[in-house]
Design a protein around this ligand. Structure first.
Ligand code: NAD
Ligand code: DAU
Length: 354
């Protein structure tokens, strides 16, 4: 048995691939374009593992995807591949439209052709799982209830609009063509292999470098945070038992303001890696210009996946953030290796003008 995963060299995808082999013997064909966000070093431990078949390519390359589907006959496709960083989508939306919308469309068309031709037993067992985000629901006021699966879509950034569009395509391919799809909408992940353009790894890496810790606006924006391995277990659970055509919200019941996250990370670093000259990493906190159109609050009502599928996160934020900081302290070479010209260029473009 085999599954095809797209974007399996990125942050969540690589954690998913690694965790998969800890619980399953099933082969993964991993299709990833290796953009700046894809990193095969994340999967180095699988270099000699025949169960992992890595293919560099675009999810929108129909000839390649057709060929992979015919050759490997997967029982499921899990679609992680995307442009994922909101700030990059604001500076340059084109790639987000191409990969997240056009790419998902082309992938759906290839999968539809493949699935239509499957023998009936394989056809009814087949699943297409689309990994999406809570950002499609827009922004909540402080007293609003958390997002449920019934919330309307109100995306506010080029990134979230492109993910919303891809969710709609997935839904339509089910309703129109009968493709057996599942969609998951998850909150902010954190954990190992998180690219340091995103808040938590950026704060850890900048703190250790003695650089400013940039907090957008007043730092009171709220996100729900989920340890990445809990997201991976939720995806496995939805793949196993989710009802076809349904969407499942995934979250950690853990809303926090950005400034509080930054203080917690600084506190752990002060404890585990005290600054050589004394003082606290908190002194590096710098309030910078806000993100345009910055969503104020996200929160997830994760009761459906809990009630229907019995999924609950294993980590609290307290345990997950400590594991995360420990991972970055223990893996300085991973951080150094991604500090390519491209990474440095992004950091100076984003923060020198702040
Ligand atoms: P990421 O940016 O770390 O990784 C994306 C991966 O996709 C990279 O390996 C990249 O090389 C690959 N990729 C990009 N364009 C591609 C293309 N055209 N063809 C093939 N591969 C391509 O992203 P992530 O944080 O791991 O997110 C994975 C998925 O989960 C995305 O769909 C994202 O929208 C969703 N999501 C992320 C979060 C989060 O907090 N990071 C939360 C909810 C949902
Ligand atoms: O909610 C799920 C989403 O979470 C995913 O769909 C996205 O792919 C993922 O990138 C993430 O989006 P966010 O925009 O919430 O994550 P980011 O880490 O970029 O920012 C988290 C919060 O921190 C957000 O309110 C912006 C703020 N921030 C971010 C950066 C990079 C800062 O204050 N300073 C920063 O330097």
């Amino acid at each position: 048995m085999t599954i095809l995963v797209t974007g399996g060299a990125g942050f969540i995808g690589s954690n998913f691939v690694l965790d998969w082999f800890a619980v399953s013997g099933e082969t993964i064909v991993n299709l990833d374009k290796l953009t700046y966000a894809g990193n095969l070093e994340n999967l180095a431990s699988l270099a000699d593992d025949d169960r992992h078949v890595f293919v560099r390519g675009d999810l929108g390359d129909r000839a390649l995807v057709d060929e992979l589907l015919v050759r490997h006959t997967p029982r499921a496709v899990v679609n992680f591949a995307a442009e994922s960083h909101v700030d990059r989508s604001i500076r340059g939306p084109e790639e987000f439209i191409q990969t997240n919308i056009v790419g998902t469309f082309r992938l759906l068309e290839c999968v539809r052709a493949y699935w239509s031709a499957l023998p009936s037993i394989e056809k009814s067992a087949f699943r297409f799982l689309h990994v999406s985000t809570d950002e499609v629901y827009g922004s909540l006021a402080l007293n609003d209830p958390p997002f449920s699966e019934a919330n309307t879509y109100e995306p506010n950034s080029p990134y979230s609009a492109s993910k919303a569009a891809s969710d709609h395509l997935v839904r339509a391919w089910h309703h129109t063509y009968g493709l057996p799809v599942l969609t998951t909408n998850c909150s902010n992940n954190y954990g190992p292999y998180h690219f340091p353009e995103k808040l938590i790894p950026l704060i850890i890496v900048n703190a250790l470098d003695g650089k400013m810790l940039p907090v957008y606006g007043d730092g009171q924006q709220i996100r729900d945070w989920l340890y990445v391995k809990d997201h991976c277990s939720a995806i496995r659970r939805v793949l196993d038992a989710g009802r076809i055509g349904e969407t499942y919200n995934i979250g950690g019941w853990n809303e926090m303001a950005n400034i509080d996250i930054v203080h917690i990370v600084c506190g752990i670093l002060d404890e585990w890696r005290p600054k050589a000259g004394g003082g606290s990493y908190r002194e590096q906190i710098t309030f910078v210009k806000d993100r345009p159109g910055h969503d104020r609050r996200y929160a997830i009502d994760a009761r459906k996946i809990a009630d229907e599928l019995g999924w609950h996160p294993d980590e609290t934020f307290e345990t997950g953030i400590r594991k995360t900081v420990r991972w970055y302290l223990d893996n300085p070479e991973w951080v150094n290796n991604i500090r390519s010209g491209a990474y440095s260029a992004w950091v100076s473009k984003q923060y020198d003008t702040a």
